[in-house]
Design a protein around this ligand. Structure first.
Ligand code: GLC
Length: 428
């Protein structure tokens, strides 16, 4: 199926990039600091990412083990990264003066990566976007009085028109992340949602223009996948009709846009565990970078991506094409499965033995994935009790693996279990 790539690939790069790279203190800076358009214009007047080279981004993504990239075409601040015919608030009118999107799309394709667009439904610049409780001018009585007559229908037309441009002018687009709806929220003066965006017509147009595209769930209507943000779900996710594709979007340091003074970075080891944890629950990871105002991915982010890539290089088989297993992993471990291969990820390295419930008699061979070195299987002996130098006392059905004392030098060690095909379960 045309959409199968998403579940197969499992790992993508999110890129939040726009004017907010210049203040370099979170992509919501206009909102948080309640800036007016005029105040925020100082970034528009100076946006000039002279070192922008999307081929470098695409290479970093590929080396990290990612297989798709999703770029913010427009974030909530309304600034457009392409030469839209429907606004003057776009990159071609900044000192940089050129479209950023076409080179990005070409660079992704050249690296064999799928192309995704993030597009904000919210727009804090458009003159017809009503000032609500999440608008930067929410406390500005004069601005609110002036904006009283704003008609969101005008903005809706603009939104649809821009999405049409994005899905017409850049060839095949594989993925679309709309962001976001907040209807029915009394704390947000009623908020905004599917009706305001005209989501039904919007999604119909998207599907007509790009029949193979995957669309997320933030228009206020169901989409092709759901988008847990900055948390790891407790298990496989469910939609109204049962299991649903999902993708956790995660930051490196809690901010999406470049945030110079924020050093709350997740370690590469933690991020690798998050990737594994998602696949073990049948989900994807969309990991964000926020390039600088010069157009570069900062050194900490680059180093993090490289470290993740080192792990993926040796362990790709446990991620790509893999998903949840019916088997229950022992404590501090995660299973992923791909047909008759079961992958045991050890988040902590025990001394000498790991006990696997329900796998006795079901595994033909085991090896460390990083170096293909054999791991011994100890089939259970129910009469055996633990005494002196001999382990035992495991419940019936438990298979025990004998591990080397020294933990392999990788972020997360993985043992590849070759299941007896008759025991490989639903995932085979
Ligand atoms: C949120 C935020 C936003 C970020 C996004 C990523 O909805 O508003 O800044 O782009 O999530 O998922």
């Amino acid at each position: 199926m045309s959409k199968e790539w998403f579940r197969h690939d499992r790992f993508g790069m999110f890129v939040h990039w726009g004017l907010y790279a210049l203040p370099a203190r979170h992509e919501w800076v206009k909102n948080r600091e309640r800036m007016t358009d005029a105040q925020y214009d100082r970034y528009f007047e100076r946006f000039d990412p002279d070192l922008y080279d999307p081929r470098e981004w695409a290479k970093s993504a590929r080396r990290a083990g990612m297989r798709y990239v999703v770029l913010t075409t427009k974030h909530h601040d309304g600034f457009c990264l392409w030469d839209s015919a429907l606004t003057e608030y776009k990159v071609t009118n900044t000192p940089y003066g050129r479209d950023l999107l076409q080179p990005f799309v070409e660079a992704c394709r050249a690296e064999g990566l799928r192309v995704g667009f993030y597009h904000s439904l919210i727009d804090w610049h458009h003159p017809s976007f009503p000032i609500d409780a999440v608008h930067p001018q929410r406390d500005d009585e004069e601005a609110k009085a002036q904006a009283a007559g704003r008609d969101i229908a005008e903005y809706r037309k603009y939104l649809h028109g821009q999405v049409r441009e994005l899905l017409t002018d850049f060839g095949q687009i594989d993925y679309l992340f709309f962001d976001f709806s907040y209807a029915g929220r009394p704390d947000m003066w009623g908020g905004k949602g599917a009706e305001d965006w005209g989501s039904e017509e919007l999604l119909a147009m998207v599907r007509e223009l790009q029949p193979d595209i995957l669309v997320n769930d933030r228009t206020g209507l169901p989409g092709d996948f759901v988008t847990p943000e900055q948390y790891q779900p407790a298990g496989p996710m469910e939609g109204p009709d049962g299991p649903i594709a999902w993708e956790a979007c995660q930051t490196l340091n809690g901010s999406w846009g470049y945030d110079r003074d924020n050093f709350d970075y997740k370690s590469p080891d933690l991020l690798v565990r998050m990737l594994i944890d998602g696949v073990a629950k049948d989900g994807n990871l969309l990991l964000n970078v926020g390039p600088t105002g010069r157009g570069l991915i900062d050194p900490i982010a680059e180093a993090t991506l490289a470290a993740i890539g080192d792990w993926v290089h040796l362990h790709e088989r446990s991620i790509r094409g893999a998903g949840a297993s019916q088997y229950v992993a022992p404590p501090d471990c995660r299973y992923t499965q791909n047909g008759d291969r079961l992958y045991l990820h050890l988040f902590s390295w025990p001394f000498k033995h790991v006990h696997l419930p329900d796998l006795a008699g079901r595994v033909r061979y085991a090896q460390l994935l990083s170096d293909a070195s054999e791991i011994h299987l100890i089939e259970p002996d129910p009469s055996r009790i633990a005494e002196h130098t001999q382990p035992g006392g495991q419940p019936p059905g438990t298979l025990t693996l004998q591990l080397p004392v020294r933990r392999p030098e990788v972020a997360v060690p993985v043992i590849e279990l070759f299941l007896d095909p008759t025991a490989s379960g639903e995932n085979s």
